[in-house]
Design a protein around this ligand. Structure first.
Ligand code: NAD
Ligand code: DAU
Length: 332
């Protein structure tokens, strides 16, 4: 696999994967990215130009996609509309990019018999009760709740059908909540870090009891690389690092890292249809492919992330005011 096509490679997790590939392999990467509001061109800035090329374009545009797929040994598909709150405000770009965009890529990899890895989310499985001893596994039935997660579920099902009907050489990964550098300030952890840095109290939806299973984006990258190299065609692998915390615990950790009282937050209007708990059992990936996360100390990961946002104020301030204005309209 000398030549990779990485869709969404200018986004939060896609750019982490591109940096991972440059650091750990000899592969050349072509990034196909539409550069939406969520993209960070700067996240690719320091990478060598003979290893990474950026093509600005839409994954739903077959004329753009086809020659890029033809030139690639493998496609790793990250591009998506990714934010649940945005999908509640306007689902339309989610259907277009996440469903039609994935369909367009699948048709191209089918035409050119190109290896394809599909990056997806644990949200396709719906949510769990707080006291449910079960976690999500590859056998959990699909039960998505939001426009975002239903379009991701739809895209996963397209991949499964293209494998079975057309022998497309694909794998799928469903990962839990990522944190780390370059995540947009609309997302929970960066929103609260940047609020605190701005002297604004963190804003927690509902009661703050909702649980997410946090993983560092670099561990997600190593998992995707492992699956791309070693994964069995047609298989799904769940990716998680045993990082379950409720939202109040995360906010309290961030407040204490930044030297504030741990009750210095506000509870605000809940998200419609808010999933209660996600939790991943990644036994299959660990036992079959030998993957393990490197970032196993979430408190240290959060402290490093706080340091990163403290050092990149110029970057996030560009997005902060507009993001908060959108949240204010919804009482979030
Ligand atoms: P992001 O919103 O930060 O980045 C998405 C990228 O896709 C952006 O660079 C954007 O410009 C690009 N893009 C959007 N529409 C496009 C289009 N039509 N054509 C080409 N490029 C387009 O997203 P993220 O958080 O980095 O998520 C990346 C992928 O990982 C998504 O598929 C998401 O579902 C999945 N995922 C995310 C998480 C998470 O915690 N953020 C967890 C599991 C899986
Ligand atoms: O589980 C994987 C998913 O994780 C990915 O597929 C999505 O792309 C990604 O955005 C993320 O979805 P969530 O909805 O879980 O992430 P978000 O950062 O939006 O919210 C995390 C939790 O924090 C969730 O319970 C909602 C809550 N929240 C969020 C914001 C923005 C708050 O309490 N306050 C906030 O201001």
């Amino acid at each position: 696999m000398d030549r990779l096509l990485v869709t969404g490679g200018a986004g939060f997790i896609g750019s982490a994967f591109v940096r991972y590939v440059v650091e750990h392999t000899d592969a050349h990467v072509t990034v196909l990215d539409k550069l939406t509001y969520a993209a960070n061109r700067e996240a690719l800035d320091e990478l060598p130009s003979d290893r990474v090329e950026l093509v600005v374009g839409d994954i739903a545009d077959a004329a753009t996609v086809d020659p890029l797929v033809a030139a690639a040994d493998a496609v790793v598909h990250y591009a998506a509309e990714s934010h649940n709150d945005n999908s509640l405000a306007d689902p339309s770009p989610f259907v277009q990019t996440n469903v039609v965009g994935t369909f367009t890529l699948l048709e191209a990899v089918r035409r050119h018999d190109t290896r394809y890895h599909h990056v997806s989310t644990d949200e396709v499985y719906g949510d769990l009760e707080l006291d449910d001893p079960q976690r999500f596994t590859e056998a959990t039935p699909y039960n998505p709740s939001s426009p975002y997660s239903s379009t991701k579920a739809g895209s996963d099902l397209l991949v499964r059908a293209w494998v079975r009907s057309f022998d497309v050489r694909a794998t799928i990964s469903n990962c839990s909540n990522n944190y780390g550098p370059w995540q947009h300030v609309e997302k929970f952890i960066p929103r609260q870090i940047t609020n605190i840095l701005n002297g604004v109290r963190p804003r927690v939806y509902g009661t703050g009891a909702n649980v997410r299973d946090w993983i560092h984006c670099d561990d997600h990258s190593s998992a995707v690389w492992t699956i791309l190299q070693e994964g069995r065609i047609g298989e799904t692998y769940l990716v998680g690092a045993d990082g379950e915390r409720n939202n109040l615990q995360i906010v309290q950790s961030l407040l204490s890292i930044l030297g504030y009282a741990t009750d210095d937050y506000d509870l605000v209007t809940d998200r419609a249809g808010h999933d209660l708990r996600y939790a991943i059992d990644s036994t299959k990936l660990r036992t079959e492919l030998g993957w393990a996360p490197r970032f196993d100390d979430l408190d240290k990961g959060l402290a490093d992330t706080v340091d990163w946002y403290s050092a990149h104020t110029e970057w996030w301030r560009r997005h902060k005011a507009a993001t908060e204005a959108k949240y204010a309209e919804k009482g979030h």
